[in-house]
Design a binder for this molecule. Sequence first.
Ligand code: DX5
Ligand code: ZN
Length: 223
Amino acid sequence: MKTKQGGRLLAPSILSADFASLSESVAKVAPYSGLIHVDVMDGHFVPNITLGPVVVEGLKRTSSLPLDCHLMIEAPDRYIADFAKAGAAFLSVHQEACPHLHRTIQRIREEGMRPGVALNPATPIETLDEILGEVDFILIMSVNPGFGGQKFITSSLGKVRGLKNKIAAMGLGVKVEVDGGVNRQTIPPLLEAGTDWFVAGSAIFGAPDPGAEAKSFKEMIDG
Ligand code: DX5
Ligand code: ZN
């Protein structure tokens, strides 16, 4: 029998929720969630446009869960203070969007949030070697960012494994979050690879009963 691992969390992504009743959607999954994942897209870094600090501020008033904001935007430094003010607890920026990543991470921390770095599927984990000691989490994209409901890219499992090994070898407490195509089929291999935080959008909010689906995912994750 597997021993229970501490620190594993389900992070439903509201991208696939009904935006006409966002607070109800969040309330349905909240009992099973450790974080609420919020996808911010600017139409430049990724082809899609979603939401900004105004919506984060609304979510903050509707739920006491920590808001995990994933910035898929160019030059994210411009908005760090706005997201802090809106109530984001965790803020991830893309390695590919930040030429001065170390400085960006420091700014996120200075604003009182927990910093993370997100990696596109084609970006190797070795690009994080110099920043691992500065972050609270790494977000491994297991689909190309921009849309919900895409197919899981299997090579992401090797990236999670490699990253977990590096983190352990360095004696760090950095969490590994996986985002994209997380569902009933992909949760077991992701658990095996050592994933800490599981982001799931369409698999939860596209289900007939999102609350029941989140409950069942949480049970799988807790083991
Ligand atoms: C994609 C976003 C994801 C998205 C995942 O760019 O970063 O958070 O909501 O959606 P699913 O779970 O449907 O793959
Ligand atoms: Zn995301």
